[in-house]
Design a binder for this molecule. Structure first.
Ligand SMILES: NC(=O)c1ccc[n+]([C@@H]2O[C@H](COP(=O)([O-])OP(=O)(O)OC[C@H]3O[C@@H](n4cnc5c(N)ncnc54)[C@H](OP(=O)(O)O)[C@@H]3O)[C@@H](O)[C@H]2O)c1
Length: 337
Protein backbone atom coordinates (compact mmCIF):
# COMPACT_ATOMS: atom_id res chain seq x y z
CA UNK A 1 0.00 0.00 0.00
CA UNK A 2 1.31 3.44 -0.99
CA UNK A 3 2.01 5.83 1.89
CA UNK A 4 -0.56 8.66 1.80
CA UNK A 5 0.46 12.19 2.62
CA UNK A 6 -2.60 14.36 3.18
CA UNK A 7 -2.48 17.12 0.53
CA UNK A 8 -3.82 19.51 3.20
CA UNK A 9 -0.41 19.24 4.89
CA UNK A 10 1.40 20.46 1.77
CA UNK A 11 2.00 24.24 1.80
CA UNK A 12 0.22 26.20 -0.94
CA UNK A 13 1.54 29.17 -2.92
CA UNK A 14 -0.78 32.07 -3.67
CA UNK A 15 -0.58 33.29 -7.26
CA UNK A 16 -1.20 36.94 -8.19
CA UNK A 17 -4.60 35.88 -9.57
CA UNK A 18 -5.66 34.84 -6.07
CA UNK A 19 -5.52 31.14 -6.94
CA UNK A 20 -3.36 28.67 -5.04
CA UNK A 21 -1.06 25.89 -6.17
CA UNK A 22 0.86 23.25 -4.20
CA UNK A 23 4.37 24.17 -3.04
CA UNK A 24 5.79 20.96 -4.54
CA UNK A 25 4.90 18.84 -7.55
CA UNK A 26 6.19 16.00 -9.65
CA UNK A 27 8.16 16.26 -12.91
CA UNK A 28 7.37 13.95 -15.81
CA UNK A 29 10.38 14.27 -18.13
CA UNK A 30 11.97 10.84 -18.63
CA UNK A 31 15.34 12.32 -19.69
CA UNK A 32 15.38 9.88 -22.67
CA UNK A 33 15.99 7.21 -20.01
CA UNK A 34 12.64 6.21 -18.55
CA UNK A 35 9.70 4.96 -20.65
CA UNK A 36 6.26 6.59 -20.80
CA UNK A 37 4.89 3.49 -19.06
CA UNK A 38 7.32 3.84 -16.16
CA UNK A 39 6.53 7.54 -15.86
CA UNK A 40 2.75 7.19 -16.03
CA UNK A 41 2.92 4.39 -13.44
CA UNK A 42 4.82 6.82 -11.21
CA UNK A 43 2.18 9.52 -11.79
CA UNK A 44 -0.48 7.02 -10.77
CA UNK A 45 1.43 6.13 -7.62
CA UNK A 46 2.09 9.81 -6.92
CA UNK A 47 -1.62 10.66 -7.04
CA UNK A 48 -2.25 7.83 -4.56
CA UNK A 49 0.57 9.20 -2.41
CA UNK A 50 -0.99 12.68 -2.30
CA UNK A 51 0.75 14.62 -5.08
CA UNK A 52 -1.60 17.17 -6.61
CA UNK A 53 0.74 19.10 -8.94
CA UNK A 54 2.18 17.59 -12.14
CA UNK A 55 4.58 19.19 -14.60
CA UNK A 56 3.87 17.79 -18.06
CA UNK A 57 4.97 18.89 -21.55
CA UNK A 58 4.09 17.96 -25.11
CA UNK A 59 7.73 17.18 -25.88
CA UNK A 60 8.03 14.66 -23.05
CA UNK A 61 6.16 12.24 -25.32
CA UNK A 62 4.08 10.69 -22.55
CA UNK A 63 0.98 12.88 -22.16
CA UNK A 64 -1.32 10.22 -23.63
CA UNK A 65 -0.15 7.62 -21.09
CA UNK A 66 -0.41 10.17 -18.26
CA UNK A 67 -3.90 11.09 -19.51
CA UNK A 68 -4.96 7.47 -19.04
CA UNK A 69 -3.76 7.70 -15.45
CA UNK A 70 -5.67 10.94 -14.78
CA UNK A 71 -8.83 9.46 -16.30
CA UNK A 72 -8.51 6.31 -14.19
CA UNK A 73 -7.94 8.36 -11.01
CA UNK A 74 -11.05 10.49 -11.69
CA UNK A 75 -13.14 7.41 -12.53
CA UNK A 76 -11.98 5.61 -9.42
CA UNK A 77 -12.66 8.69 -7.30
CA UNK A 78 -9.08 8.86 -6.00
CA UNK A 79 -9.06 12.56 -6.80
CA UNK A 80 -11.33 15.15 -8.43
CA UNK A 81 -10.17 17.15 -11.44
CA UNK A 82 -10.32 20.42 -9.51
CA UNK A 83 -8.03 19.00 -6.82
CA UNK A 84 -5.21 18.55 -9.34
CA UNK A 85 -3.00 21.33 -10.68
CA UNK A 86 -1.81 20.19 -14.11
CA UNK A 87 0.77 22.07 -16.14
CA UNK A 88 1.87 21.53 -19.72
CA UNK A 89 4.04 23.35 -22.28
CA UNK A 90 4.11 24.15 -25.96
CA UNK A 91 7.21 22.78 -27.66
CA UNK A 92 9.44 24.96 -29.81
CA UNK A 93 8.23 23.58 -33.14
CA UNK A 94 4.62 24.64 -32.36
CA UNK A 95 5.05 28.38 -31.84
CA UNK A 96 3.81 29.48 -35.30
CA UNK A 97 0.50 31.38 -35.72
CA UNK A 98 -2.38 29.11 -34.72
CA UNK A 99 -0.02 26.32 -33.70
CA UNK A 100 -0.10 27.06 -29.96
CA UNK A 101 -3.83 26.40 -30.00
CA UNK A 102 -3.22 23.13 -31.83
CA UNK A 103 -0.53 22.17 -29.34
CA UNK A 104 -2.80 22.95 -26.40
CA UNK A 105 -5.66 21.02 -28.03
CA UNK A 106 -3.41 17.99 -28.51
CA UNK A 107 -2.15 18.14 -24.91
CA UNK A 108 -5.74 18.41 -23.65
CA UNK A 109 -6.80 15.46 -25.79
CA UNK A 110 -3.81 13.36 -24.69
CA UNK A 111 -4.20 14.32 -21.04
CA UNK A 112 -7.99 13.73 -21.35
CA UNK A 113 -8.78 17.11 -19.81
CA UNK A 114 -11.07 20.06 -20.62
CA UNK A 115 -8.50 22.55 -19.33
CA UNK A 116 -5.04 22.69 -17.85
CA UNK A 117 -4.14 24.82 -14.85
CA UNK A 118 -0.96 26.36 -16.25
CA UNK A 119 0.26 26.44 -19.83
CA UNK A 120 3.90 27.37 -20.46
CA UNK A 121 5.96 28.54 -23.38
CA UNK A 122 8.67 25.88 -22.91
CA UNK A 123 11.55 27.87 -24.48
CA UNK A 124 11.43 31.51 -25.57
CA UNK A 125 12.15 30.79 -29.26
CA UNK A 126 10.99 28.34 -31.91
CA UNK A 127 14.41 26.70 -32.24
CA UNK A 128 13.81 23.02 -32.57
CA UNK A 129 15.96 19.97 -32.14
CA UNK A 130 15.11 16.39 -32.92
CA UNK A 131 14.19 14.25 -29.89
CA UNK A 132 17.29 12.64 -28.40
CA UNK A 133 19.59 14.99 -30.39
CA UNK A 134 23.25 14.99 -29.39
CA UNK A 135 24.72 18.03 -27.60
CA UNK A 136 26.56 19.42 -30.64
CA UNK A 137 23.70 19.11 -33.17
CA UNK A 138 22.51 22.42 -34.72
CA UNK A 139 19.35 23.26 -36.63
CA UNK A 140 20.16 25.71 -39.49
CA UNK A 141 16.69 27.34 -39.01
CA UNK A 142 17.47 28.36 -35.42
CA UNK A 143 17.43 32.10 -34.68
CA UNK A 144 18.26 34.30 -31.67
CA UNK A 145 15.41 35.46 -29.39
CA UNK A 146 13.09 37.93 -31.05
CA UNK A 147 10.55 40.00 -29.08
CA UNK A 148 7.92 40.13 -31.86
CA UNK A 149 8.15 36.42 -32.47
CA UNK A 150 7.86 35.68 -28.75
CA UNK A 151 4.88 38.00 -28.37
CA UNK A 152 3.15 36.27 -31.26
CA UNK A 153 3.43 33.06 -29.24
CA UNK A 154 2.39 34.79 -26.01
CA UNK A 155 -0.72 36.35 -27.63
CA UNK A 156 -1.84 32.85 -28.52
CA UNK A 157 -1.31 31.79 -24.91
CA UNK A 158 -3.43 34.75 -23.76
CA UNK A 159 -6.17 33.52 -26.08
CA UNK A 160 -6.01 30.10 -24.43
CA UNK A 161 -6.90 31.82 -21.14
CA UNK A 162 -9.73 33.73 -22.83
CA UNK A 163 -11.05 30.46 -24.23
CA UNK A 164 -10.91 28.72 -20.84
CA UNK A 165 -8.45 26.09 -22.11
CA UNK A 166 -5.94 27.02 -19.44
CA UNK A 167 -6.47 28.85 -16.16
CA UNK A 168 -3.03 30.46 -16.14
CA UNK A 169 -0.06 30.98 -18.43
CA UNK A 170 3.65 31.02 -17.74
CA UNK A 171 7.08 31.24 -19.32
CA UNK A 172 10.10 29.00 -18.98
CA UNK A 173 13.85 29.33 -19.51
CA UNK A 174 13.65 33.15 -19.45
CA UNK A 175 16.28 35.69 -18.47
CA UNK A 176 15.88 39.13 -16.87
CA UNK A 177 16.67 41.00 -20.14
CA UNK A 178 14.06 38.94 -22.01
CA UNK A 179 11.48 39.50 -19.26
CA UNK A 180 12.24 43.23 -19.27
CA UNK A 181 11.48 43.24 -22.99
CA UNK A 182 8.25 41.24 -22.93
CA UNK A 183 6.54 41.85 -19.57
CA UNK A 184 5.43 45.39 -20.46
CA UNK A 185 3.79 43.98 -23.61
CA UNK A 186 1.81 41.22 -21.89
CA UNK A 187 -1.95 41.65 -21.63
CA UNK A 188 -1.92 38.72 -19.21
CA UNK A 189 1.15 38.60 -16.99
CA UNK A 190 2.71 35.14 -16.45
CA UNK A 191 1.73 33.69 -13.05
CA UNK A 192 4.91 31.66 -12.92
CA UNK A 193 8.31 31.27 -14.55
CA UNK A 194 9.79 27.79 -14.71
CA UNK A 195 13.56 27.94 -14.33
CA UNK A 196 16.46 25.72 -13.36
CA UNK A 197 16.94 25.95 -9.58
CA UNK A 198 18.97 23.72 -7.27
CA UNK A 199 21.44 24.45 -4.46
CA UNK A 200 24.41 24.84 -6.84
CA UNK A 201 22.34 26.99 -9.23
CA UNK A 202 20.20 29.37 -7.23
CA UNK A 203 19.79 32.18 -9.82
CA UNK A 204 19.29 34.76 -7.04
CA UNK A 205 18.82 37.73 -9.41
CA UNK A 206 16.19 36.05 -11.59
CA UNK A 207 14.51 34.53 -8.54
CA UNK A 208 14.28 37.92 -6.78
CA UNK A 209 13.17 39.62 -10.00
CA UNK A 210 10.20 37.25 -10.27
CA UNK A 211 9.25 37.43 -6.60
CA UNK A 212 9.35 41.26 -6.71
CA UNK A 213 6.81 41.14 -9.56
CA UNK A 214 4.57 38.57 -7.88
CA UNK A 215 5.52 35.89 -10.40
CA UNK A 216 5.95 32.46 -8.79
CA UNK A 217 9.31 30.74 -9.51
CA UNK A 218 8.99 27.03 -10.29
CA UNK A 219 12.28 25.17 -9.98
CA UNK A 220 13.18 22.39 -12.39
CA UNK A 221 16.06 19.93 -11.83
CA UNK A 222 15.64 20.55 -8.07
CA UNK A 223 17.99 17.68 -7.18
CA UNK A 224 20.53 18.68 -9.82
CA UNK A 225 19.04 16.17 -12.26
CA UNK A 226 21.48 13.30 -11.73
CA UNK A 227 19.72 11.30 -14.48
CA UNK A 228 19.58 14.11 -17.09
CA UNK A 229 20.31 13.21 -20.73
CA UNK A 230 23.98 12.75 -21.62
CA UNK A 231 23.76 15.74 -24.01
CA UNK A 232 23.19 17.92 -20.93
CA UNK A 233 26.32 16.72 -19.12
CA UNK A 234 29.69 18.48 -19.22
CA UNK A 235 32.94 17.75 -17.36
CA UNK A 236 32.68 20.90 -15.21
CA UNK A 237 29.22 20.11 -13.84
CA UNK A 238 28.94 19.89 -10.06
CA UNK A 239 26.79 17.15 -8.50
CA UNK A 240 24.64 18.93 -5.93
CA UNK A 241 23.97 15.80 -3.86
CA UNK A 242 27.71 15.27 -3.36
CA UNK A 243 28.58 18.77 -2.12
CA UNK A 244 30.09 18.26 1.39
CA UNK A 245 28.02 20.94 3.18
CA UNK A 246 24.81 19.48 1.79
CA UNK A 247 25.86 15.90 2.59
CA UNK A 248 26.64 17.01 6.17
CA UNK A 249 23.16 18.52 6.58
CA UNK A 250 21.62 15.35 5.12
CA UNK A 251 23.49 13.26 7.71
CA UNK A 252 22.20 15.50 10.50
CA UNK A 253 18.61 14.91 9.32
CA UNK A 254 19.27 11.24 8.53
CA UNK A 255 17.96 11.60 4.95
CA UNK A 256 19.31 11.31 1.40
CA UNK A 257 20.90 14.58 0.16
CA UNK A 258 18.10 14.78 -2.46
CA UNK A 259 15.67 15.41 0.40
CA UNK A 260 17.71 18.39 1.57
CA UNK A 261 17.50 19.86 -1.96
CA UNK A 262 13.70 19.62 -1.80
CA UNK A 263 13.37 21.01 1.71
CA UNK A 264 15.67 23.91 0.79
CA UNK A 265 13.62 24.68 -2.33
CA UNK A 266 10.27 24.73 -0.54
CA UNK A 267 11.57 26.71 2.43
CA UNK A 268 13.17 29.25 0.08
CA UNK A 269 9.86 29.70 -1.73
CA UNK A 270 10.20 28.21 -5.20
CA UNK A 271 8.04 25.26 -6.23
CA UNK A 272 10.29 22.26 -6.91
CA UNK A 273 9.07 19.59 -9.33
CA UNK A 274 11.35 16.61 -8.61
CA UNK A 275 11.13 13.59 -10.87
CA UNK A 276 11.41 9.95 -9.90
CA UNK A 277 9.84 6.71 -11.02
CA UNK A 278 10.78 5.08 -7.71
CA UNK A 279 8.00 5.01 -5.13
CA UNK A 280 10.29 5.32 -2.12
CA UNK A 281 11.84 8.43 -3.69
CA UNK A 282 8.72 10.25 -4.83
CA UNK A 283 6.95 9.50 -1.55
CA UNK A 284 9.85 10.81 0.53
CA UNK A 285 10.15 13.89 -1.74
CA UNK A 286 6.57 14.83 -0.88
CA UNK A 287 6.60 13.76 2.75
CA UNK A 288 9.78 15.69 3.55
CA UNK A 289 8.04 19.05 3.20
CA UNK A 290 5.63 18.13 6.01
CA UNK A 291 8.25 17.36 8.67
CA UNK A 292 11.64 18.21 10.17
CA UNK A 293 12.35 21.56 8.49
CA UNK A 294 15.87 22.89 7.91
CA UNK A 295 17.08 25.37 10.49
CA UNK A 296 17.82 28.98 9.57
CA UNK A 297 21.49 28.20 9.99
CA UNK A 298 21.24 25.28 7.56
CA UNK A 299 19.40 27.49 5.06
CA UNK A 300 22.24 30.02 5.39
CA UNK A 301 24.85 27.33 4.76
CA UNK A 302 22.97 26.12 1.68
CA UNK A 303 22.81 29.67 0.35
CA UNK A 304 26.63 29.65 0.28
CA UNK A 305 26.94 26.54 -1.91
CA UNK A 306 25.56 28.30 -4.98
CA UNK A 307 28.16 27.68 -7.71
CA UNK A 308 26.27 29.28 -10.61
CA UNK A 309 26.35 25.79 -12.11
CA UNK A 310 23.76 25.73 -14.90
CA UNK A 311 23.15 22.14 -15.99
CA UNK A 312 20.55 22.54 -18.76
CA UNK A 313 22.62 24.79 -20.99
CA UNK A 314 20.38 24.44 -24.05
CA UNK A 315 23.20 24.29 -26.59
CA UNK A 316 21.03 22.28 -29.01
CA UNK A 317 18.96 25.46 -29.52
CA UNK A 318 21.87 27.61 -30.74
CA UNK A 319 21.77 29.36 -34.09
CA UNK A 320 24.45 29.76 -36.72
CA UNK A 321 27.00 32.33 -35.56
CA UNK A 322 26.28 31.82 -31.85
CA UNK A 323 29.45 31.59 -29.80
CA UNK A 324 28.28 29.08 -27.22
CA UNK A 325 25.48 28.16 -24.83
CA UNK A 326 26.10 31.33 -22.82
CA UNK A 327 24.45 33.23 -25.71
CA UNK A 328 21.11 31.75 -24.69
CA UNK A 329 21.28 33.25 -21.22
CA UNK A 330 22.10 36.97 -21.83
CA UNK A 331 24.96 36.90 -19.33
CA UNK A 332 26.07 40.49 -20.00
CA UNK A 333 22.59 41.84 -19.20
CA UNK A 334 21.48 42.37 -22.81
CA UNK A 335 19.61 40.07 -25.16
CA UNK A 336 22.17 38.30 -27.33
CA UNK A 337 21.51 38.93 -31.03
N1 LIG B 1 11.07 23.77 -18.30
C1 LIG B 1 12.11 23.07 -18.68
O1 LIG B 1 12.77 23.41 -19.67
C2 LIG B 1 12.52 21.86 -17.91
C3 LIG B 1 13.82 21.35 -18.05
C4 LIG B 1 14.19 20.24 -17.31
C5 LIG B 1 13.27 19.64 -16.44
N2 LIG B 1 12.00 20.13 -16.33
C6 LIG B 1 11.00 19.52 -15.41
O2 LIG B 1 11.60 19.36 -14.13
C7 LIG B 1 11.45 18.01 -13.70
C8 LIG B 1 12.56 17.62 -12.75
O3 LIG B 1 13.84 17.74 -13.36
P1 LIG B 1 14.76 16.48 -13.64
O4 LIG B 1 13.93 15.26 -13.76
O5 LIG B 1 15.65 16.81 -14.77
O6 LIG B 1 15.72 16.45 -12.36
P2 LIG B 1 15.62 16.18 -10.80
O7 LIG B 1 14.21 16.12 -10.34
O8 LIG B 1 16.54 17.17 -10.18
O9 LIG B 1 16.32 14.77 -10.69
C9 LIG B 1 15.63 13.58 -10.96
C10 LIG B 1 16.46 12.38 -10.52
O10 LIG B 1 16.84 12.51 -9.15
C11 LIG B 1 16.84 11.26 -8.50
N3 LIG B 1 15.97 11.36 -7.30
C12 LIG B 1 14.71 11.84 -7.21
N4 LIG B 1 14.25 11.77 -5.95
C13 LIG B 1 15.24 11.20 -5.22
C14 LIG B 1 15.36 10.85 -3.85
N5 LIG B 1 14.39 11.07 -2.96
N6 LIG B 1 16.52 10.25 -3.45
C15 LIG B 1 17.52 10.01 -4.33
N7 LIG B 1 17.46 10.35 -5.64
C16 LIG B 1 16.34 10.93 -6.07
C17 LIG B 1 16.27 10.24 -9.48
O11 LIG B 1 17.36 9.48 -9.97
P3 LIG B 1 17.36 7.88 -9.86
O12 LIG B 1 16.32 7.42 -10.83
O13 LIG B 1 18.76 7.51 -10.24
O14 LIG B 1 17.01 7.52 -8.44
C18 LIG B 1 15.67 11.08 -10.58
O15 LIG B 1 15.75 10.49 -11.85
C19 LIG B 1 11.40 17.22 -15.00
O16 LIG B 1 10.88 15.91 -14.84
C20 LIG B 1 10.53 18.14 -15.84
O17 LIG B 1 9.17 17.97 -15.50
C21 LIG B 1 11.62 21.25 -17.04
Amino acid sequence: MTTFIDPKLIPQRKLYTGDYMPAIGMGTFGSDRFTPEQISAAVSGAIEAGYRLFDCAAVYGNEDQIGEVFRAAFDKGTVKREELFIMTKVWNDMQGKGDVLLSCAKSLRDLQLDYVDLFFVHWPFPNYHAPGASGDSRNPDSKPFNVDQFMQTWRQCERLVDMGLTRHIGMSNMTIPKLEAVLPLCRIKPVAIEMELHPCFQQPELYDYCVARDIQPIGFCPIGSPTRPDRDKTDDDITDIEVPELVEIAKAHNVHPAIICIKWAVQRGQIPIPFSIRENEYVSNLKCVTEDPLTEEEMDILETIDRNNRLIKGQVFLWEGAKGWEDLWDLDGTITK
